[in-house]
Every structure is written in structure tokens, then in C-alpha cells.
Design a protein around this ligand. Sequence first.
Ligand SMILES: NC(=O)c1ccc[n+]([C@@H]2O[C@H](COP(=O)([O-])OP(=O)(O)OC[C@H]3O[C@@H](n4cnc5c(N)ncnc54)[C@H](O)[C@@H]3O)[C@@H](O)[C@H]2O)c1
Length: 349
Amino acid sequence: MSVNYKVVVAGCGGMSNAWIDYAMQRPDTEIAALVDIKLEFAERMREKKGLSCQVFTDLAEAIEQTGANLVFDVTIPASHFQISSTAMKHGCSVFSEKPLAETMDECNEIVRIAERTGMSHAVMQNRRYDARIRTLRELIASGTIGKVGFVGADFFLGPHFGGFRDAMASPLLLDMAIHTFDQARLITGADPVSVYCHEFNPTGSWYEGNAFAICIFEMSDGSVFNYRGSWCSEGAPTSWEAQWRITGETGTAIWDGHSLPYAEVVAPGDQEGKFIRDYVRVDPEQRVSDESALSGHPGCLAEMFQALGEGRLAETDCRDNWYSMAMVFAALESAKRGEKVMIAELMRD
Ligand SMILES: NC(=O)c1ccc[n+]([C@@H]2O[C@H](COP(=O)([O-])OP(=O)(O)OC[C@H]3O[C@@H](n4cnc5c(N)ncnc54)[C@H](O)[C@@H]3O)[C@@H](O)[C@H]2O)c1
């Protein structure tokens, strides 16, 4: 098979391992260069992976010298705007780690540059690529519980990261909630309209910033999405996928984030006059049978490459991810102002 994609990998830290490993097993893809502001990190990665590509500290130079057409942005969030915009302006498509960028203005500008240059820019939202969440989405989309009215996600964990997260002003909302917010959009197929958020740091928290947030989103289908998230809760942890309860006109879907989701719906037959209706349990078939090969990062990367090959936007294209990012920044804005914030206020063309 001929090589269609010449990739420059920007950022050679921990996360880049998964990206490089995935690219190396694609026969249509060649790693043309590794870039890191610390050259020794790029050199070390080249040696670790047994690559023979060039190494650089500057992305533009790497693209110009190798003729690359695709950039993996696996740098830190503060660099995502600079790396993405440089890559697209140099004629490269971009596959980027989350978050799309560090501020809403930068997210807006990345979307504008993608539109203007015609380049693809897709974002890693690995938690979408999971057989269980796809099964839940199908359960909802097929009308098992009727039209959705409420979506609740509980996320309670107590990770002791140490390092930069312990000192951030809003570690949970900025570093983690993007995943759960993006999952809510996948599950419901709805986009955010407004949010009220209360962010706080409860007693006992080992973070300097706010590690707890309660958010109430109004969604475009008229439903309400309630996020209760904490990174400072000891005991009885939820899954990193969150724990979900979705209520519809005729039933409720439950996903604990560990096993497969299920629903409980009003039983068929005459239920008139009953104080509490009878319910039947619905256990859906797992939607994707061989998910192990395509879950997480490889699943999302496979979709990004497939979309590029087919000349369509990837499921997590920046124009879609923009809505998930707006949920994060609108929640932060709401917490700051102490009032409800309209999402459209932040998503400027
Ligand atoms: N999707 C997930 O589940 C998940 C999990 C962990 C991390 N991430 C994301 O992956 C990204 C990288 O995280 P990490 O854990 O590998 O961080 P890291 O600090 O280990 O690595 C980042 C690397 O980027 C380099 N770098 C910084 N600025 C640069 C620039 N302008 N040009 C070139 N190189 C630059 C640094 O020197 C470092 O080697 C972050 O955006 C993070 O949020 C995603």
C-alpha cells in the first residue's frame, strides 16, 4: 500500500506513545518527523520507537523540510492553538489531543482557520469509542425510553495526581469535564443551549482550585442535562465514564459506566389506574461486537483517518467539538458570574 499520510508528531510526552504506536501499524502512514520544544524528548522517543525520522524543535520547519500533510498535536493544552493554527496554515490536516484549545477565543479561531483553509481538524475524544456508550446511544436513539427529558451524570472520584492539577483554578471543569460533556452530546444527539454552574472546593479537598461542580444545562431537544462532578471525593467512586440516568417519556436508561447499559420501561398491557406502573427490563445487544480493537484512542484515530480518506468531517471534527468546549467555558463563566449563561454568547463566528 502506498503512503498517503506523512505525519509530524508535535509533543513527545506520555500521551504521544499511543498516537505513535497507532500510526506505526498503519501501512498508509509514515512518521516523517518528531517535534518537541525539548529536542532530547523527541530524540528519546525516536530511539524508543525505533524510528529513523528527523527531529525538530519547530513545527513549521518540520513541515517544510519533510513535506508532511498531517500533524498530530499531542502537546500540552497551552500549545494547542499555536500548533493547530501553524499546521493548518502550512497545508496540513490536524488530529489533536483534547482540549481543542485553552480558551474559547482560541477555539473560535481554530474553527475559523479550519473553515478558511479547508483543512480537517479533529479532536481526540476517546471516551466516545467504547462499545458500552455506543450501546447506550443506540438504546436512546431507537426510542426505547421515548423522548428524553432528563440526563444525569454523576462523576465522583478521588485521584491524588500531585503536580499541575492540584494548583489549577478549575481542575475538574478544565481538565476532565470535557469528556463527560462530550459524552452527554453523543448519548442524546443534542447540543447545549444554556448552563447554570456552581463550582466549589469542599472541605477536605486536597486541590487549591475548585474540584467540585454542579451544572444544569438546557439542551437543544428541550431536555435538561445535570452534571454532578468531583475529583475530591473519597470512597464509593464512580467509573471514569461517569454514572448515567436518562429518563424518557416511557422509561429510564441506566449506565453505571462499567457494565452494559439497560433500560426499564413501562410494561405493555393495560396500566391504567395503577399508582406505580409495572416495568420490564430491556437489555440491549452490545452494539459493537469486536470493540476491543477499536476502543479508546485507536478507535478515535481510526475514525479520524477514515474521515480524511473519505473527504468528510470526522465525528470529532473541531466544528463539532466546539459545542463540547463551549459547555466547559460557559460553565466556568456561569460559576464566575453566579448566573445562567447562554452558550451562543461564547460561540462567535
Ligand atoms: N484523551 C485523554 O484521555 C488524555 C489523557 C492524558 C492526556 N491527554 C492530553 O494529551 C496532551 C498531552 O499530554 P501528556 O500527558 O502527554 O503531557 P506531557 O507533558 O507528558 O507531554 C507534552 C509534551 O509536549 C511538549 N511541548 C509543549 N509545548 C510544545 C510545543 N509548543 N511544541 C512542541 N512540543 C511541545 C512538552 O515538552 C512535552 O514533551 C494534553 O493535551 C492532555 O490534555 C489526553
